[in-house]
Design a protein around this ligand. Structure first.
Ligand code: GLN
Length: 199
Protein backbone atom coordinates (compact mmCIF):
# COMPACT_ATOMS: atom_id res chain seq x y z
CA UNK A 1 0.00 0.00 0.00
CA UNK A 2 1.23 3.49 -0.90
CA UNK A 3 -0.04 6.77 0.51
CA UNK A 4 0.95 9.82 -1.51
CA UNK A 5 1.51 13.42 -0.47
CA UNK A 6 1.36 15.94 -3.30
CA UNK A 7 4.83 17.51 -3.17
CA UNK A 8 4.54 20.63 -5.29
CA UNK A 9 4.86 23.04 -2.37
CA UNK A 10 3.78 23.62 1.22
CA UNK A 11 4.01 21.48 4.35
CA UNK A 12 4.94 18.26 2.52
CA UNK A 13 7.55 16.76 4.86
CA UNK A 14 5.38 17.51 7.90
CA UNK A 15 2.50 15.51 6.40
CA UNK A 16 4.84 12.66 5.42
CA UNK A 17 6.18 12.63 8.98
CA UNK A 18 2.73 12.73 10.58
CA UNK A 19 1.51 9.88 8.34
CA UNK A 20 4.57 7.75 9.14
CA UNK A 21 4.10 8.33 12.88
CA UNK A 22 0.38 7.57 12.60
CA UNK A 23 1.15 4.32 10.73
CA UNK A 24 3.69 3.27 13.38
CA UNK A 25 1.20 4.11 16.13
CA UNK A 26 -1.36 1.74 14.64
CA UNK A 27 1.24 -0.88 13.72
CA UNK A 28 0.39 -0.89 10.02
CA UNK A 29 2.84 -0.90 7.14
CA UNK A 30 2.46 1.43 4.18
CA UNK A 31 4.89 3.42 2.08
CA UNK A 32 4.44 7.18 2.28
CA UNK A 33 5.63 8.80 -0.94
CA UNK A 34 6.04 12.37 -2.19
CA UNK A 35 4.20 12.94 -5.47
CA UNK A 36 5.96 15.30 -7.84
CA UNK A 37 4.85 13.95 -11.17
CA UNK A 38 2.20 12.07 -13.05
CA UNK A 39 1.97 8.30 -12.67
CA UNK A 40 2.15 7.92 -8.87
CA UNK A 41 -1.42 8.86 -7.85
CA UNK A 42 -2.91 5.75 -9.56
CA UNK A 43 -0.72 3.54 -7.30
CA UNK A 44 -1.86 5.23 -4.08
CA UNK A 45 -4.54 4.09 -1.64
CA UNK A 46 -4.74 7.56 -0.08
CA UNK A 47 -3.71 11.05 -1.17
CA UNK A 48 -2.91 14.19 0.82
CA UNK A 49 -3.04 17.66 -0.73
CA UNK A 50 -1.12 19.92 1.67
CA UNK A 51 -1.30 23.65 2.29
CA UNK A 52 0.72 26.13 0.29
CA UNK A 53 -0.51 28.59 -2.27
CA UNK A 54 -3.65 27.39 -3.99
CA UNK A 55 -3.14 29.26 -7.29
CA UNK A 56 0.26 27.64 -7.79
CA UNK A 57 -1.00 24.27 -6.61
CA UNK A 58 -3.94 24.30 -9.03
CA UNK A 59 -1.78 25.43 -11.93
CA UNK A 60 0.91 22.82 -11.31
CA UNK A 61 -1.55 19.97 -10.71
CA UNK A 62 -3.21 20.72 -14.04
CA UNK A 63 0.07 21.22 -15.90
CA UNK A 64 1.63 17.98 -14.61
CA UNK A 65 -1.49 15.97 -15.39
CA UNK A 66 -1.92 15.12 -11.69
CA UNK A 67 -5.28 16.91 -11.42
CA UNK A 68 -6.93 14.38 -13.75
CA UNK A 69 -5.37 11.49 -11.84
CA UNK A 70 -6.76 12.81 -8.53
CA UNK A 71 -10.25 13.19 -10.04
CA UNK A 72 -10.00 9.63 -11.29
CA UNK A 73 -8.87 8.39 -7.84
CA UNK A 74 -11.99 9.97 -6.31
CA UNK A 75 -14.20 7.95 -8.66
CA UNK A 76 -12.41 4.83 -7.29
CA UNK A 77 -13.23 6.07 -3.74
CA UNK A 78 -9.57 6.59 -2.81
CA UNK A 79 -9.55 8.71 0.37
CA UNK A 80 -8.25 12.27 -0.07
CA UNK A 81 -7.21 14.71 2.65
CA UNK A 82 -6.86 18.38 1.71
CA UNK A 83 -5.49 20.84 4.25
CA UNK A 84 -5.62 24.64 4.00
CA UNK A 85 -4.79 25.41 0.34
CA UNK A 86 -5.77 21.75 -0.24
CA UNK A 87 -9.30 22.61 0.95
CA UNK A 88 -9.44 25.29 -1.77
CA UNK A 89 -8.06 22.98 -4.47
CA UNK A 90 -10.76 20.37 -3.71
CA UNK A 91 -13.65 22.85 -3.95
CA UNK A 92 -16.17 23.29 -6.73
CA UNK A 93 -16.37 27.05 -6.46
CA UNK A 94 -14.25 29.90 -5.09
CA UNK A 95 -14.84 33.51 -4.10
CA UNK A 96 -13.85 36.53 -6.25
CA UNK A 97 -10.22 36.21 -5.12
CA UNK A 98 -10.12 32.69 -6.52
CA UNK A 99 -12.02 33.62 -9.68
CA UNK A 100 -9.70 36.59 -10.33
CA UNK A 101 -6.69 34.32 -10.52
CA UNK A 102 -8.75 31.88 -12.61
CA UNK A 103 -7.75 28.94 -10.44
CA UNK A 104 -8.66 25.59 -11.91
CA UNK A 105 -10.23 24.04 -8.86
CA UNK A 106 -10.62 20.25 -8.91
CA UNK A 107 -14.34 20.50 -8.13
CA UNK A 108 -14.29 17.29 -6.13
CA UNK A 109 -16.23 18.63 -3.14
CA UNK A 110 -19.56 20.37 -3.45
CA UNK A 111 -18.25 23.41 -1.59
CA UNK A 112 -17.81 27.13 -2.14
CA UNK A 113 -14.67 28.44 -0.45
CA UNK A 114 -13.27 31.77 0.63
CA UNK A 115 -9.49 32.29 0.59
CA UNK A 116 -7.81 34.05 3.52
CA UNK A 117 -11.11 34.00 5.39
CA UNK A 118 -9.79 35.02 8.77
CA UNK A 119 -8.44 38.45 7.81
CA UNK A 120 -5.01 40.03 7.90
CA UNK A 121 -4.92 40.62 11.65
CA UNK A 122 -5.29 36.91 12.11
CA UNK A 123 -2.82 35.75 9.44
CA UNK A 124 -1.61 32.95 11.63
CA UNK A 125 -3.04 31.66 14.90
CA UNK A 126 -3.80 28.60 16.95
CA UNK A 127 -7.26 27.74 18.18
CA UNK A 128 -9.06 24.95 19.96
CA UNK A 129 -12.34 23.61 18.60
CA UNK A 130 -14.58 20.57 18.54
CA UNK A 131 -14.48 18.26 15.53
CA UNK A 132 -17.44 15.93 15.06
CA UNK A 133 -15.27 12.89 14.41
CA UNK A 134 -13.15 13.35 17.58
CA UNK A 135 -14.26 12.86 21.16
CA UNK A 136 -12.36 15.82 22.61
CA UNK A 137 -11.26 19.25 21.23
CA UNK A 138 -8.46 19.61 18.68
CA UNK A 139 -5.92 22.43 18.56
CA UNK A 140 -5.35 23.59 15.01
CA UNK A 141 -2.79 25.89 13.42
CA UNK A 142 -4.30 28.37 10.94
CA UNK A 143 -2.06 30.09 8.38
CA UNK A 144 -3.85 32.53 6.07
CA UNK A 145 -6.61 29.99 6.35
CA UNK A 146 -9.57 29.60 4.04
CA UNK A 147 -13.07 28.54 5.07
CA UNK A 148 -16.00 26.81 3.44
CA UNK A 149 -18.70 29.40 2.78
CA UNK A 150 -21.42 26.98 1.74
CA UNK A 151 -21.79 23.36 0.81
CA UNK A 152 -24.18 20.97 -0.88
CA UNK A 153 -26.30 18.26 0.79
CA UNK A 154 -23.65 15.55 0.27
CA UNK A 155 -21.17 17.44 2.43
CA UNK A 156 -21.03 16.83 6.17
CA UNK A 157 -19.76 19.79 8.20
CA UNK A 158 -17.33 18.52 10.85
CA UNK A 159 -16.22 21.69 12.58
CA UNK A 160 -16.77 25.43 12.87
CA UNK A 161 -14.72 28.24 14.38
CA UNK A 162 -16.47 31.56 15.12
CA UNK A 163 -19.36 30.04 13.19
CA UNK A 164 -17.20 29.60 10.07
CA UNK A 165 -16.87 26.11 8.55
CA UNK A 166 -13.30 24.84 9.00
CA UNK A 167 -13.68 21.11 8.38
CA UNK A 168 -15.97 18.99 6.23
CA UNK A 169 -16.15 15.67 4.46
CA UNK A 170 -17.89 14.31 1.43
CA UNK A 171 -17.72 10.53 1.33
CA UNK A 172 -13.98 9.72 1.30
CA UNK A 173 -12.83 13.31 0.81
CA UNK A 174 -11.86 15.30 3.89
CA UNK A 175 -11.07 19.04 3.82
CA UNK A 176 -9.57 21.07 6.67
CA UNK A 177 -8.88 24.82 6.86
CA UNK A 178 -6.13 24.25 9.41
CA UNK A 179 -2.85 22.30 9.50
CA UNK A 180 -3.10 19.05 11.53
CA UNK A 181 0.46 18.17 10.43
CA UNK A 182 1.93 21.08 12.42
CA UNK A 183 0.86 19.77 15.82
CA UNK A 184 1.72 16.57 17.65
CA UNK A 185 -1.91 15.42 17.71
CA UNK A 186 -2.24 12.60 15.15
CA UNK A 187 -5.98 11.97 15.55
CA UNK A 188 -6.97 13.49 12.21
CA UNK A 189 -4.26 11.60 10.33
CA UNK A 190 -5.49 8.47 12.14
CA UNK A 191 -9.05 9.21 11.00
CA UNK A 192 -7.74 9.54 7.43
CA UNK A 193 -5.90 6.22 7.79
CA UNK A 194 -9.15 4.63 9.04
CA UNK A 195 -10.63 5.56 5.67
CA UNK A 196 -7.55 4.31 3.79
CA UNK A 197 -7.65 0.95 5.58
CA UNK A 198 -11.43 1.00 5.63
CA UNK A 199 -11.95 0.27 9.30
N1 GLN B 1 -4.16 31.38 1.71
C1 GLN B 1 -3.52 30.36 0.94
C2 GLN B 1 -4.16 30.25 -0.43
O1 GLN B 1 -5.15 30.82 -0.67
C3 GLN B 1 -3.57 29.04 1.66
C4 GLN B 1 -2.71 29.13 2.90
C5 GLN B 1 -2.16 27.82 3.38
O2 GLN B 1 -2.27 26.78 2.74
N2 GLN B 1 -1.51 27.87 4.51
O3 GLN B 1 -3.67 29.59 -1.30
Amino acid sequence: MKIGVIAIQGAVSEHIDALRRALTERGVEAEVVAIKQKGVVPECGGIVIPGGESTTLCRMLAREGIAEEIKDAVTREVPILGTCAGLIVLAKEGDEQVEKTSQELLGIMDTKVNRNAFGRQRDSFEAEFEVEILDSPFTGVFIRAPRIVSCGPEVRVLSRLDDLIIAAEQENVLALAFHPELTEDLRIHQYFLDKVFDC
